[in-house]
Ligand binder design. Structure first.
Ligand SMILES: *[C@@H]1O[C@H](CO)[C@@H](O)[C@H](O)[C@H]1NC(C)=O
Ligand SMILES: *[C@@H]1O[C@H](CO)[C@@H](O)[C@H](O)[C@H]1NC(C)=O
Length: 796
């Protein structure tokens, strides 16, 4: 192989590798098609062949055929729950070899047939109309099955056998309304699952004998339980619970939707106390009946955590203190009671093992755990959403809770009496949530000193008093939705790293903030009524200097509120010129401008003889003013001469001996300011007079001319002739050549003229003189209207 060949070969291999990687990538990416809630009656025909996830739930589909999904060879997930499918042949999925998740729950399935099944991980057939358990013998091949949802009205031990050898994570079994009592209690014993959830028919008295303590299950959930004692004081459900005492594997028990009596309710706890269950959760309980006081046997329990959620009691005359006593003396670590009408909780009568108590969303008052010295191990306590009112009582409550680290007393009506002197927080507290109360600035006078997290959002705080508090360990402070007018500095919170202060009344945040709070990792100060004035620019600039992740919500939640013209503008887009904001800069700018002007004027005066120009302009303006007052037709007739001649005294010989004779012999009238002098007028006026009464101005240029200042002035006036403005009224005769460098820079007018205009050059050869004069005469010959005699008496 030649060298080039081998290079190409390598290139091709690399190319193929890249291609392969690309194909793999595209195979892994999902293609989701969501056609749920679309009122469909059939599987749509227009599905992309790339579909990997298809959602057809909540439609009116009554049939699923092979042709519907045949071509979707990449399909992995199919959700078709909440439809009206009555019959399903599992072999419709024959060509969907990738299918691993199939949700057919909440249909009207009565029958399925399974000549061919796919190896699913998730199969949900719950909430259907099956009579017997829909377990085909082919299900036994689903070696990867993790979740199986079933429904039936009759249970038979044999139905479960095909899947007895699988290790399923979770089985959901929904028992239909017609589920009866004459079932085989052992039906579920062969199920091999970690977690079993049985949903009993709602509202039906549970006279069942089903043994739910499946030997493999670690977690058991039972829903829809109606537990009533019969005439013999016997309850089917309680006997089911007592059977759990023989099962040592089970550690999680969850009961949902329970209707029972107070007596059976307490009995349930008592039964569970002596099982292997560690986590017991019971929710949505409806209680009735009376309660007789009996002793509760706390001994010998595995229980660690008990949660009670949402309890409604139809009984009001209860031995409440007895119930509180049962609860408060429980020998468990975690205890949750929420969503009940509990109004009080008593102090445990001896050292309590409680570590985490959650009593949120009840009706507790601030007398809870008053003077309680037995909760010394307690680490977290939530009294969120209760009826707490006096902040001082809560502070006092924690006094003996030596291990308390987290306290949540948010969403109450707590307020702090300013006159309260005594501040007895337990110093162990690290996190305190007092959000959504009616606390004011005074709360900062009494805070636990080692606090790391403090949530005070949605209170009535108007300022954070500096110097008053020193929370050196505080890392997170949330004071959103208060009425604060300023950003706090970090002098009192030297460790602060998170500050949430949005929705306050901050109009002029200090730019100093980021300097003061060196450890800040995140600040949210959005949605404040920022006043977009000069001072704010500093703050905006200081935001620009920190990393963008630090400022939460930037730039969208930071908008100008004032002035009106900027209202709604993002702070990011707010710009004012540095000049209008900085007085020193403004003064400096004015000073510098003045200085530059002064220098310019000086330069003009020195180099361009400005005062002379000014004087001349003044004269000229006066003359012009006089001219204005003369009627126009008269002015037009003021031309009395063909030409005015300007020359240097040194060239007067040539003018007198050559120029004048040669022109005047042809009856051309010439104005010489010394000859046609009007007495009583200044020289300048006489020059102007002469220029303006002449059709053309002839300039005799020579090095002498350049030396003469007067000539230059004459040139200046001629060029700006009032009556022939812009017209081509200048004639330059170059008597002797003038080197450009010899023209002084202030004679820039002459320089430009010399550069622009073609001038008549005085030829040295005598033979050419005839032509020169003819040329000159031609350019100044014009018919003059004035008579010679009027000349000397007419002025403008
Ligand atoms: C108890 O509650 C705490 C806080 O909610 C939690 O972290 C812990 O895992 C719970 N322990 C048990 C045994 O449930
Ligand atoms: C404080 O409690 C409120 C609910 O009342 C919650 O939204 C917030 O996240 C809690 N704060 C902290 C810091 O946990």
């Amino acid at each position: 192989m030649t060298k080039t060949n081998s290079t190409i070969f390598h290139f091709v291999i690399i190319f193929m590798l890249i291609l392969e990687i690309k194909i793999q990538l595209s195979e892994e990416s999902e293609f989701l098609v969501d056609r749920s809630k679309g009122g469909l009656t059939h599987v749509p025909k227009d599905l992309s062949l790339k579909t990997t996830i298809l959602d057809l739930s909540q439609n009116d589909i009554s049939e699923l055929q092979a042709s519907d999904i045949l071509l979707l060879s990449k399909l992995r997930v199919l959700r078709i729950s909440h439809n009206r499918i009555q019959y399903l042949d599992m072999s419709v999925f024959k060509f969907n070899q990738e299918l691993e998740y199939l949700d057919l729950s909440h249909n009207e399935l009565e029958k399925i047939s399974c000549h061919h099944t796919v190896n699913l991980k998730h199969l949900d057939l719950s909430f259907n109309a099956f009579d017997a358990l829909p377990i085909c013998k082919e299900f036994g091949n689903m070696s990867q099955l993790e979740f199986l949802g079933l429904s039936a009205t009759q249970l038979q031990k044999s139905s479960v056998l095909p899947i007895a050898h699988l290790h399923i994570n979770k089985v959901l079994l929904v028992l239909g309304d017609l589920y009866g009592e004459k079932e085989d209690p052992e039906s579920l014993q062969d199920l091999n699952t970690e977690s079993l959830h049985i949903v009993f028919p709602a509202g039906k008295e549970s006279h069942f004998a089903l043994d739910v303590s499946v030997s493999t299950a670690v977690s058991l959930e039972l829903s829809n339980i109606k537990c009533v004692l019969d005439d013999n004081g016997h309850s089917y459900f309680l006997s089911v619970l007592s059977k759990l005492q023989n099962n040592s594997r089970i550690s999680n028990l969850t009961l949902n939707n329970i209707e029972t009596t107070w007596h059976s309710f307490i009995t349930m706890f008592q039964l569970v106390w002596h099982t292997s269950i560690e986590y017991f959760s019971i929710s949505n309980v409806k209680l009735q009946g009376r309660l007789q006081v009996r002793d509760f046997d706390y001994s010998d329990t595995s229980l660690k955590a008990l949660s009670i959620h949402q309890v409604v009691s139809e009984m009001f005359s209860l031995p409440q203190s007895y119930i509180y006593k049962i609860f408060s003396n429980m020998n468990i670590q975690n205890f949750t009671v929420s969503g009940t009408h509990m109004v009080h909780m008593v102090c445990p009568s001896q050292m309590s093992p409680f570590l985490h108590l959650d009593f949120s969303n009840n009706l507790l008052t601030d007398m809870v755990f008053n003077n309680c010295g037995t909760l010394t191990r307690l680490e977290t306590l939530s009294l969120q959403m209760n009826q707490l009112k006096k902040f001082a009582n809560i502070v006092h409550m924690t006094k003996e809770m030596k291990s308390l680290q987290q306290l949540d007393i948010s969403q109450n009506s707590l307020s702090y009496d300013e006159n309260e002197e005594y501040c007895s927080w337990t110093i162990s507290l690290l996190s305190l949530n007092m959000s959504s109360n009616i606390l004011t600035d005074s709360v900062f006078r009494c805070l636990p000193p080692r606090l790391r997290v403090l949530d005070l959002h949605s209170n009535r705080i108007t300022s954070i008093p500096e110097n008053l508090i020193h929370l050196e360990a505080l890392q997170e402070l949330n004071v959103a939705s208060n009425s604060l007018a300023h950003l706090p500095g970090c002098d009192s919170f030297s460790s602060l790293s998170v500050l949430i202060i949005d929705y306050n009344s901050i109009s002029h945040p200090s730019a100093h903030f980021f300097q003061s709070c060196q450890k800040i990792r995140s600040i949210n100060a959005g949605n404040n009524p920022f006043q977009c004035t000069c001072e704010l620019r500093e703050f905006i600039r200081s935001i620009g200097q920190v990393s963008s992740e630090v400022v939460e919500g930037w730039p969208d939640s930071y908008k100008c509120d004032y002035p009106e013209s900027y209202k709604g503008t993002l702070l990011k887009d707010f710009h004012v010129s540095p000049l209008s904001c900085n007085t020193a800069l403004l003064i400096a700018t004015i000073g510098v401008t003045g200085l530059v002007l002064a220098v310019a004027v000086t330069v003009l005066c020195v180099y361009f003889d400005l005062p002379w120009y000014l004087r001349m302009v003044c004269q000229w303006t006066q003359t012009r003013h006089r001219a204005r007052n003369t009627p126009l037709h008269k002015l037009q007739r003021t031309l009395q001469f063909h030409a005015f001649i300007s020359y240097s005294g040194h060239d007067s010989a040539w003018v007198k001996n050559e120029l004048l004779p040669n022109l005047e012999k042809e009856d051309i009238r010439i104005c010489l300011h010394e000859r046609n002098f009007v007495p009583g007028k200044s020289i300048v006026e006489n020059i102007i007079n002469c220029i303006e009464k002449s059709y053309k101005s002839i300039f005799v240029l020579s090095p002498n001319f350049v030396q003469s200042e007067w000539c230059h002035y004459e040139l200046y006036f001629a060029h700006h002739n009032l009556f022939h403005e812009g017209s081509n009224n200048l004639i330059l005769i170059l008597l002797e050549s003038i080197p450009m460098y010899s023209i002084p820079s202030s004679y820039h007018k002459l320089k430009t003229l010399m550069a622009q205009r073609t001038y008549l050059e005085w030829p040295k050869e005598k033979s050419k003189h005839g032509l020169f004069w003819a040329n000159l005469r031609a350019s100044i010959r014009i018919k003059l209207m004035y008579q010679a005699k009027e000349i000397d008496h007419t002025y403008i």
